[in-house]
Design a protein around this ligand. Structure first.
Ligand code: F6P
Length: 460
């Protein structure tokens, strides 16, 4: 098999155990270790004088090559167009979407820069796999630099409905550049449908069948590849957790309490404000749970320089304080709100100890926390997943308690139902979800995408 070249905005240091807590980093590292190759991207560092050549680090067969960004490009590309324009827009938050020509130009410049620095690292047979919304124009930049090999792109976020996307002044330039890739992968049917809608009704392209579309003079393959988790690895960790006896289960806690857990980057798309409201509604409506359930929300800060992220952090602090102030007793605090990250092993322990996994994003490409929560459960006494219908994972995990996160009464009711759910029903629902997770693993996701990419005919 050819060497694999992965390109993503951030290249996670392989030694950073906390980064192994889930998501993109795990997916990419596992794929690279298997095939050997290069992982190229931003170092995560801002430098006054970025070096003209990438910094390289060799780990086994994998070269990690990174570049620093100037403060100006970091502001315009990362904090600007990627995270103040594309991120909110792709998560249906037009109200938070900032449009700026200067940021768009910085975004373009970084994509051109990435292409020029990546080019010397490429070998003839490489399979090139680009990730996420930061790098939508990269394929086009590589084409301009003379790369004719197939290049694949996977979008980890949702792809928004045409009516949302067309609010972006540069939507056509962006989608045209995106179509320089040969394979474009989406998380769910919804995202693919939104993309096809745009291709047909806005770009004047045609759907040819067999996953192919013809648009902007090219034929490209578009398909869904729902990202999975390393299910067996989590199951193994979960078994160790059970054996070690280090649990948070209610019987080990003072006062026979049940735990509800949420784990999210501190991001407005995760629906944390609404989730806190729903928990408050639970305490208001079902007074019997007061003193009996504790909600642990883990939310490591993210993109802290972006104003909207600062705001949500303040809002959540105030909200947690308000709920705790209103309901706490001398021996019970309703919300345990933690702005820090934990290792994957610690999270598996927390998931296993929690009767409810509360995953209620307002919009999410997939949401791997939902999958990891399920895989971490004790098969004999599994917890209940309460999952937003707007998470990509809801398509696959349809025996979770599926909720509308905007409907606080319904979320509170689902939590109450989960807390009281008989063991047999919990086992049935959990077994159905585990079957999906065992079938569609991270490895399957990777192999499916790379299979399609490596069998892709040249079209340059
Ligand atoms: O899921 C989207 C994503 O951008 C991932 O690519 C990334 O791992 C995660 O969010 C964290 O975001 P950031 O790199 O901006 O901290």
């Amino acid at each position: 098999m050819s060497r694999l070249v992965v390109v993503s905005n951030r290249v996670t240091a392989v030694t950073d155990k906390k980064a192994k807590a889930g998501g993109l980093a795990v997916a990419l590292q596992d794929a690279l270790q298997e095939h050997g190759g290069v992982w190229f991207g931003w170092s995560g560092k801002v430098s006054p004088n970025p070096s003209s050549t990438p910094e390289k680090k060799q780990v086994g067969t994998v070269t990690y090559a990174t570049i620093d960004l100037s403060r100006k490009l970091y502001n315009e590309y990362y904090s600007g167009f990627a995270n103040r324009t594309l991120w909110p827009l792709f998560h249906y938050r037009l109200d938070l979407t900032a449009f700026s020509k200067q940021n768009y130009s910085g975004y373009q410049q970084v994509n051109t820069l990435f292409a020029s620095k990546l080019l010397p690292l490429l070998e003839d047979d490489d399979l090139i796999w680009v990730h996420d919304y930061h790098l939508m124009p990269l394929g086009d930049e590589l084409r301009k630099a003379g790369v004719t090999r197939p290049i694949g792109f996977f979008l980890h976020t949702p792809f928004p409905a045409m009516e949302i996307l067309t609010a972006l002044p540069s939507h056509k330039t962006l989608v045209k550049a995106l179509c320089a890739y040969d394979v474009i992968g989406f998380q769910t049917e919804n995202d693919l449908r939104a993309f096809l809608d745009y291709i047909v009704h806005e770009a004047g392209g045609g759907i040819m069948g067999n996953h192919l579309v013809h648009v902007f003079g090219r034929t490209i393959r578009v398909e869904i590849f729902p990202i999975g988790i390393d299910t067996e690895d989590i199951v193994k960790t979960a078994r160790q957790t059970m054996r070690s006896g280090r649990k948070l289960r209610s019987k080990d806690m003072p006062g026979e309490r049940e735990w509800i857990i949420g784990v999210d980057r501190l991001d407005y798309s995760k629906g944390l404000v609404d989730r806190f409201h729903s928990f408050q509604r639970l305490l208001e409506t079902y007074a019997a749970y007061r003193g009996r359930v504790t909600f642990m929300q883990i939310a490591p800060p993210s993109r802290s320089e972006v104003p909207e992220y600062k705001e949500i952090r303040h809002e959540l602090e105030a909200q947690a304080g308000h709920i705790n102030g209103r309901f706490a007793e001398y021996d019970w605090v309703p919300i345990n709100y933690l702005n820090k990250s934990f290792t994957r092993k610690e999270l598996v322990g927390f998931y296993q100890a929690s009767r409810i996994g509360l995953v209620t994003p307002l919009r999410d490409g997939m949401n791997l926390v939902a999958k990891e929560y399920v895989a971490s459960q004790n098969p004999q006494d599994p917890g209940v997943l309460v999952l937003s219908r707007f998470a990509g994972a809801a398509r696959e995990l349809d025996t979770a308690l599926i909720v509308n996160p905007f409907d606080y009464d319904a979320v509170a009711e689902a939590i109450a139902k989960g807390l009281d759910m008989p063991l047999e029903e919990r086992r049935e629902r959990w077994a159905a979800m585990m079957e999906v997770l065992r079938h569609n693993t991270l490895g399957v996701w990777r192999d499916n995408f790379l299979d399609v990419l490596s069998n892709c005919p040249y079209d340059s």
